[in-house]
Design a protein around this ligand. Structure first.
Ligand code: NAG
Ligand code: NAG
Ligand code: NAG
Ligand code: NAG
Length: 422
């Protein structure tokens, strides 16, 4: 996309901020009401149709392939339990109220509607941070951590830290409009830079990314280094190494946790990632446009399989209810197919060449025991200025849901390295 960004109002607004800064006035970015609209989630109109389809959906009475369990996809008994809970216990209106307790906004950038949560800290020195979700995630991956990140806390060495938190919906996801077919991750990074700098007035910020969200966050880290002054990842837009590739690169695994993580990575590479080929080559053909139970089977399997087996216990908030509200969000926003387009649009979105970008901004990385991809420290070091590497036994691919306290603590470590340079 080469369309120029023509935002005369935000530029004038940003210029005003700069001149206030020059005067020594503490100027904090404010929404310009002309550019940003408050947004409320109101999807209840879609509920009767969704529930009618769900009630009509028929599953086999008996387990058809006993003993297969979840090796061939979502376990049939689990799917039946989820379907029952969706019809009986799940309450979309309650979930919607909870979602609306966050400040949502939309804005237009390069012809796209961009939806985002923006929660500001009371602390004027808070670090602006953009949290980028993945597939089949959404902004819901981060709702358990947003408020804690805005509150005043300390890093491991006792430095004060807090965040202004921005959680966008990626283009094509939830309330962000589907981008054209030629839209790439680099385009997403560019409009997110526009959002942070030109629209919200944050000249410097940090980024976090997981799954597909790691791709625009990494592009912001590598290609917008004046603005992106710190990055934290739980996933990288680089294809993981097999055990053989690690050995060939002289990278040895440390301890049983890393060995387990590599084993899960290989399992995912061999039997867990066929959906990628489907979604990359035939994004429109998945026949799940208007099929809530089908979307649940497709999405729910990922949530269950990619997370800690102890999900829903201990620090994990990843319950069946969480899976149902994520699936409902996909279904009710009719964004399943447009979300899958990120694969079609970026067939090489995960790179095989590990190279280091020019930026000197600090990079932090957190591994979680049951994630589908594992990057040992030696691999992460190849792609950034790695200053912190942590590995957690508990948690998996959706760390914001599966081990939120650990993700909060690790993100707060950004405060150790945050250094305003402009
Ligand atoms: C991408 O597609 C859009 C809409 O179809 C078109 O206007 C635009 O020129 C295309 N951009 C590029 C770089 O081809
Ligand atoms: C980054 O900042 C430097 C120094 O102020 C400036 O020369 C350069 O043009 C900037 N780069 C970008 C991409 O804005
Ligand atoms: C791995 O180590 C061996 C022995 O020290 C060395 O010959 C080889 O070049 C190394 N390979 C890489 C990829 O660094
Ligand atoms: C967020 O902070 C509150 C208050 O300190 C605490 O009770 C809660 O456990 C924290 N949440 C997470 C996910 O760490």
């Amino acid at each position: 996309m080469s369309r120029p960004v023509t935002w005369s109002i935000p530029k004038a607004f940003v210029a005003t901020c700069f001149s206030l800064l020059a005067l020594g006035v503490a100027a904090y970015p404010q929404h310009n009401p002309k550019d940003v609209q408050p947004f409320r989630i109101a999807l209840s109109d879609g509920l009767p149709h969704m529930y009618a389809l769900l009630r009509q959906s028929r599953l086999p009475q008996e387990e058809e392939y006993p003993g297969v369990a979840d090796t061939a996809g979502v376990d049939l008994d689990v799917l039946k339990t989820l379907q029952g809970a969706w019809l009986k216990d799940f309450n979309w209106r309650r979930e919607e109220r909870e979602m609306n307790s966050f400040k949502h906004f939309t804005t237009e950038i390069e012809g796209l509607t961009v939806h985002f949560i923006h929660e500001r800290s009371a602390d004027p020195d808070a670090i602006p941070i953009i949290l980028n979700h993945g597939w089949p995630g959404s902004f819901l991956e981060f709702t358990p951590i947003i408020r804690n990140l805005t509150s005043s806390a300390t890093t491991s060495s006792g430095k004060p830290v807090s965040f202004h938190v921005i959680v966008p919906s990626l283009p094509g996801f939830a309330f962000s409009s589907p981008p054209p077919a030629n839209w790439t991750i680099e385009d997403t990074a560019r409009i997110q830079h526009t959002l942070m700098v030109d629209i919200l007035g944050y000249r410097q910020f940090a980024v976090h990314g997981t799954d597909w969200g790691s791709a625009p966050s990494y592009a912001l880290y590598a290609d917008y280094s004046n603005a992106t002054r710190a990055a934290h990842f739980t996933f990288l837009p680089f294809v993981t190494y097999t055990a053989d590739q690690l050995a060939a690169a002289n990278i040895s695994l440390q301890g049983t946790l890393e060995q387990k993580e590599e084993r899960l990575t290989e399992e995912w590479l061999t039997t867990g990632n066929a959906y990628i080929l489907d979604q990359t080559t035939k994004a429109s053909r998945l026949a799940l446009y208007d099929n809530p139970l089908g979307q649940l089977a497709w999405i729910g399997e990922k949530f269950i399989k990619w997370s800690d087996p102890r999900q829903g216990t201990g620090p994990s908030l990843l319950t069946y209810n969480e899976i149902l509200r994520s699936t409902s969000l996909y279904y009710l926003t009719r964004s399943f197919v447009s979300s899958v387009y990120v694969y079609f649009q970026n067939p090489h979105g995960f790179r095989t060449e590990y190279t280091k970008p020019a930026t000197d901004a600090p990079m932090l990385f957190s591994a979680f025991g049951y994630n589908i991809g594992f990057w040992p420290r030696a691999l992460v070091q190849k792609v950034g200025n790695l200053v912190s590497y942590r590995n957690h036994e508990f948690g998996g691919h959706f760390a914001g849901l599966d081990n939120p306290p650990a993700l909060i603590a690790d993100l707060r470590e950004i405060g150790e390295y945050w250094n305003r340079t402009v």
